[in-house]
Design a protein around this ligand. Structure first.
Ligand code: SF4
Length: 366
């Protein structure tokens, strides 16, 4: 099922050491950590690392560090297991069905919120496509499907076509989305396979558009090759949205964040969300930025953004829903449910006393 093969993909610390410089202690640590959560990086993405920069953001997103030893946090911060209807089918918000089509990715991002399953044997991956179609067909309130994983663009093109054909048969769907980081970490997957773009074009109709939700986190990821992959997707009739994850040491800087959102608009990608990094075990300690600081960074970045580049919402994807961080007033955070698991929370505004160290809603006193 996998389209990537081993070509251009690094999966061992030895291979990694041939491409980037690793000290001996670092190699030992990587070997130890990769037994818990595997390492995988495309050679393309590795080539973006600046070896002369000890703080290189691409390296931080790709290679494990000591912080990954910390198990503070949870492996299921958004309650995904409780939203699972059947293996690989989640239904949290009434309009959206989420399909986990694979546990593979072109690159395993060290901050991934599905760290519990990427690159690992998992019971949470779709096994029965017919059952998924049957469930969605029986639920008229579902008007869109998000095919994600893992990264569905690592599947072979025939399987992608099969998924699209199956979900296109559901008349009440308005649109189908792919959540994929392939345009960022392995654009060659799109550029070297004309058939993939043909399949996508065939299914992106004027009355039922296909959407890509991708994830650029740093302006350095927007390379010529990546822009061409985006161009291929747009020329095939797909709309491309971006969700950035706010990550310590990567993009927790107003100038970097503003540059990223402005550049995305320049290449035709719509800023959709900026996500507060979730308190994921083996992620939280390294990548989470306190909410207060995150809010300040986002607001500072907005001073350098125009209407199009500030269309995103700053969101905490909480177990109870997608909660927008609206602002701070009289020493209190103001949050609003943008999407709610429980319909009674829809649109609800809540406030919490500011705690400058808090990184998640649950850290704040009611
Ligand atoms: S590509 Fe997406 S699913 Fe895969 S590791 Fe990165 S963030 Fe997680």
């Amino acid at each position: 099922m996998n389209e990537l093969g081993s070509n251009g993909i690094v999966t061992s610390v030895d291979e990694l050491g041939e491409i980037v410089s690793l000290s001996e202690p670092e190699e030992e640590m990587l070997n130890r950590l990769s037994e818990i959560h595997p390492i995988k990086v495309s050679e393309y993405y590795l080539s973006l690392i600046d070896e002369n920069d000890p703080e290189d953001p691409i390296r931080k997103m790709t290679l494990p560090t000591e912080g990954e030893l910390s198990v503070d946090g949870s492996y299921d911060t958004s309650g995904e297991v409780s939203n699972t209807i059947l293996p690989g089918i989640q239904h949290k918000y009434s309009q959206t069905a989420v399909i986990l089509a694979t546990a593979e990715c072109a690159t395993y991002c060290r901050y991934c919120f599905r760290k519990r399953l990427v690159g690992l044997p998992s019971q949470e991956i779709l096994r029965n496509l017919d059952a998924a179609v049957e469930y969605i067909s029986a639920h008229q309130e579902i008007n869109n499907v998000l095919i994600t994983g893992g990264d569905p663009f690592t599947l072979n093109t025939n399987r992608i076509a099969e998924l699209l054909e199956a979900f296109s048969s559901v008349a009440h769907l308005d649109f189908i989305r792919f959540g994929t980081r392939v345009p960022v970490t392995f654009p060659g997957r799109i550029l070297d396979d004309d058939k993939l773009l043909e399949v996508l074009k065939e299914h992106s109709r004027t009355d039922r558009r296909l959407f890509i939700v991708t994830q650029y986190n740093h302006p350095r990821e927007i390379t010529e090759e990546s822009i061409q992959a985006i161009e291929g997707l747009m020329a095939s009739g797909l709309a491309v949205n971006n969700q950035t994850v706010l990550l310590k040491g990567v993009n927790d800087d107003a100038e970097v964040l503003a540059n990223l959102q402005n550049t995305l608009v320049r290449i035709g990608v719509n800023p959709y969300y900026v996500f507060q990094c979730r308190p994921v075990a083996r992620v939280k300690a390294t990548f989470q930025v306190p909410l207060y600081m995150g809010y300040r960074i986002v607001e500072e970045a907005k001073k350098h953004l125009h209407g199009h580049s500030k269309r995103f919402r700053f969101i905490m994807s909480h177990e109870s829903g997608k909660i927008e961080i609206l602002g701070i007033m009289n020493g209190r955070f103001l949050f609003k449910y943008h999407q709610a698991k429980n319909p009674r929370d829809a649109g609800r505004i809540i406030s919490r006393a500011v705690d400058k160290t808090a990184t998640w809603l649950d850290d704040l006193e009611k």
